[in-house]
Design a protein around this ligand. Structure first.
Ligand code: 2HG
Ligand code: ZN
Length: 506
């Protein structure tokens, strides 16, 4: 443990010093998406029109400059688009869509391109519509905490903005420095504040959406209550850009908590981690704002590969739990947290614990947790990422099973996640591509998850990666209704084709 940490560890024997439904895989035919013949090829006439709409500032065409827009964050999925359009207004988005609709030109909407399911990059040569230049905060109501902003505002900027006004943005995640609110909404991003503030479906009061034919659907609202028929914005949240392009949103932010505390606990068994969660909800109660878990393999990988990441303990533990409380009464909150930790020591639920003493120590603990994806990215060329919902009683069994299944292969099997929301991030990386290894991993992970009552995607979405497995997690009838909605909103099929729904080879 580094100097300066408040250690919450047992010191002697007398006291404590601290302070569905599963569908068999064989029933599903897996196919690679094939290029839809009904799309047109982008002509030079199309290009000149689209360039006029967005002005020279909104076009990327040079081969090298196109690369990051064509490639996803993990470098696994690459498209071959020859143009990125960066509109700076809703009107420009509307003109682009109207044109593409008439000309049958496919489009991939893109925000910060931090998605992990290949949803924000083209599969073939679709036009990339990047919303990054639409980054204005249009309005903020200091009395209600409702912020209305454009899709391209970077999450961290939005978060800082509302924080300066005395509010908390209800979404936070590791990619906050690059991801944009439009992409967060389109994927219904979950993140670390989900436990406390719920999903974006709850916080979003309204959206402005450009439909596939270019029409603008203005559903922006500052009303918390508005029970006037179907709540259309919900359809677009989590639709992964397949039903319309989100150009702006009004989001309700809660008041900022005056007292925030972060602690990291070392735990020696997974059963104790689950017991801790249950107890923490009981004892810490309403001020609990995050409950994240990491396993030893994940922490070791991050501290080994990333020089800015530190583990505050001198000893390593099989499991780590990061707890955050957010309340308004410093004395009361600290007392609750300390009492809870005292209870944990006395019940032998934790082996060691540190409590952050200032903002920089809090950042250090969060950096450890949020650096996991980057550590995995650096750990091998071939990465298998899983973002699963798994009931608590089965949560970690999959990880141990995968380790024994892959015991003969040189690979890293690491896991972490939002255990407070039963969301497991299982990541496997290896430096060599190996077909027999791949076959041991997939579709096994998805089959196992569904047969244990889970979902193949807890928060990252379906995108391109999981489209062929969608029937495992969704009833066929539900998929049919989803397809009918897609047909209704996007009859030509130009919006983010080949995503969510699998295509059969023609
Ligand atoms: O990279 C991953 O698998 C998860 C990314 C993100 O959702 C997280 O919670 O760290
Ligand atoms: Zn996550």
């Amino acid at each position: 443990m580094a100097l300066g940490w408040k250690r919450l560890v047992k010191t002697n024997n007398f006291g404590y010093h601290f302070v569905h439904q599963f569908r068999a895989v064989s029933q599903i035919s897996y196919t690679r998406p094939s290029k839809n013949a009904s799309f047109s090829k982008l002509s030079s006439e199309d290009i000149s029109y689209l360039k006029r709409v967005v002005t020279p500032r909104g076009v990327v065409e040079e081969k090298e400059a196109l690369e990051p827009f064509n490639t996803d964050w993990i470098g696994k999925y690459k498209g071959n688009s020859s143009i990125v359009l960066k509109p700076s207004s809703t009107d420009q988005v509307s003109k682009i869509l109207q044109y593409c609709y008439e000309k049958k030109l496919p489009i991939v909407p893109q925000g910060g391109n931090t998605g992990l399911v290949g949803g924000s990059v083209p599969v073939f040569d679709e036009i990339i519509l990047n919303l990054g230049n639409m980054n204005r905060i249009r309005d903020f109501d200091n009395k209600s905490g409702i912020v209305t902003c454009e899709a391209g505002v970077v999450l961290e900027s939005l978060s800082n903005f509302v924080s300066e006004q005395g509010y908390t943005f209800p979404l936070d995640l590791g990619a906050k420095g690059s991801c944009q609110i439009g992409g967060n909404l389109a994927t219904n991003a979950g993140g670390t504040r989900f436990l406390r503030y719920g999903s974006l479906h709850g916080s979003t009061l309204g959206l402005e959406v450009v439909l596939s034919n270019g029409k603008v659907l203005n559903m922006l609202s500052s009303l918390r209550k508005d029970n006037t028929g179907y709540h259309l914005p919900h359809l677009f949240i989590g639709s992964e850009g397949t039903l319309g392009i989100i150009t702006a949103a009004s989001i309700c932010c809660p008041k900022k908590c005056r007292s925030v505390h972060t602690a990291l606990l070392g735990v020696d068994s997974f059963d104790k981690v689950t017991e801790l969660l249950v107890r923490c909800k009981d004892e810490v109660g309403e001020i609990l704002s995050a409950f994240e878990f990491m396993d030893r393999n994940a922490v070791e990988l991050a501290t080994k590969l990333l020089s800015h990441v530190r583990d505050p303990f001198s000893e390593s533990f099989p499991f780590y739990v990061l707890i955050e409380t957010s309340g308004s009464n410093e004395h009361h909150d600290m007392e609750k947290l300390e009492k809870f930790l005292e209870y944990c020591y006395s019940g032998d639920l934790i082996s060691d614990a540190v409590l952050a003493q200032d903002q920089s120590q809090m950042n250090q603990l969060w950096t450890l947790r949020e650096s996991m994806p980057e550590a995995v990215n650096r750990s091998g060329k071939h990465i298998f990422k899983y973002d699963l919902s798994i009931p608590l009683e089965h949560f970690y069994t999959l990880v141990t099973e995968m380790r024994s299944r892959l015991v003969e292969y040189p690979c890293h099997v690491v896991s972490w996640g939002h255990i407070g929301d039963c969301n497991l991030h299982l990541n496997i990386s290896s430096s060599e591509s190996n077909e027999s290894l791949s076959k041991l991993i997939e579709p096994y992970v998805y089959e196992w998850t569904c047969s244990h009552g889970g979902s193949i995607s807890a928060e990252h979405g379906v995108g391109r990666v999981k489209s062929k497995y969608l029937p495992m997690s969704k009833d066929m009838e539900a998929i049919e209704w989803m397809k009918q909605l897609k047909q209704l909103f996007d009859p030509v099929g130009i919006l983010n084709p080949y995503k969510i729904f699998s295509q059969r080879e023609e």
